[in-house]
Design a protein around this ligand. Structure first.
Ligand code: SF4
Length: 285
């Protein structure tokens, strides 16, 4: 079994389904997963290679599963500007705006701007390439992340790594992974609006310094926080938004995907949309 097949199996997209002759694209799009009640023919061998646009420099291109080649490409309408209120121009926000990378890390490590500082073990600044083209943004650290001080560890982190690998990316190589919140909410409760407001200047400064070309938000909370929206994730997926001038694509959180296997196919569509948007942004350096 090839490495690609192993990756697709790991993110739940293998074995691969193929369109039955005569099946419409619409039908395939509506039921892209193996749990289809009226399945097409299952392939147990590796699907043929497909031509794939150029991968980011230095990375092997990752071919999508066969059924995706037969489906319509993800739509990529012009970026939609989110309704983003200007950040409050208070002294703290302005000061954070002037920090360099090391200063920002130090500021986060010592931050006491919201009550989460009292219950955290470690702040979780983020991990990866500080000049990455890809920025992955999750919700907040969980228990293991709080213990280790790193985002997306454990089974959800492993799935995220496999999702990245499937589109030719690798943690730490042209990818930076961060969260909306840098500290764990107790019992993994939903972050409070005040906590998000206090922590957002750190994420904004990270974006200013990293200058990513594409942001992928993982999960309902990250999407709603960045877009200042209470819309359901299903209505936010499938389109290109912007967050402070950077194209933003929404997909499911890996922890959710571990519990909802069928939605892995939709996550794959989202990653393909992000990759397409990234490539259309122009020549990569
Ligand atoms: S969550 Fe953010 S704002 Fe709150 S204490 Fe941690 S770093 Fe500071």
């Amino acid at each position: 079994m090839s490495r690609r097949d192993l990756l697709l199996r790991e993110i739940g997209l293998s074995p691969v389904w193929r369109l039955r002759t005569g099946m419409t694209e619409t039908a395939a799009d509506a039921s892209p997963v193996a749990e289809s009640a009226s399945p097409a023919v299952i392939e147990t061998t590796a699907p043929p290679s497909v031509s794939s646009p150029t991968a980011p420099p230095g990375r092997a291109p990752a071919a999508p599963p066969a059924w995706l080649d037969d489906a319509p490409p993800p739509s990529a309408p012009p970026p939609q500007q989110a309704d983003e209120p200007a950040p409050p121009a208070d002294g703290r926000t302005q000061r954070i705006h002037t920090l360099d990378w090391d200063q920002l890390q130090g500021e986060v490590a010592g931050c006491q701007a919201c009550p989460l500082c009292k219950t955290r073990r470690n702040t979780v600044f983020g991990v990866g390439d500080a000049r990455a083209d890809w920025l992955i943004v999750g919700e907040a650290p969980g228990g293991e992340e709080d213990r280790q001080g790193e985002p997306f560890v454990g089974p959800a982190g492993k799935l995220l790594d496999n999702m990245l690998n499937a589109v030719g990316l690798k943690r730490g190589d042209n990818v930076f992974i961060a969260n909306v919140l840098k500290c764990r909410p107790p019992q993994n409760r939903d972050p409070a609006p005040h906590e998000v407001q206090q922590c957002e200047p750190f994420l904004l400064r990270q974006i200013e310094l990293i200058q990513p070309k594409i942001i992928v938000a993982l999960g309902r909370f990250a999407a709603q926080s960045l877009l200042k929206s209470d819309a359901r994730i299903g209505s936010l997926r499938g389109k290109v938004h912007t967050y402070h001038g950077v194209p933003l694509v929404i997909t499911y959180h890996p922890a959710y995907l571990l519990r909802n296997q069928p939605d892995k196919a939709r996550a794959w569509e989202d990653l393909c949309l992000a990759r397409k948007t990234y490539r259309e942004a122009g020549p990569q350096q």
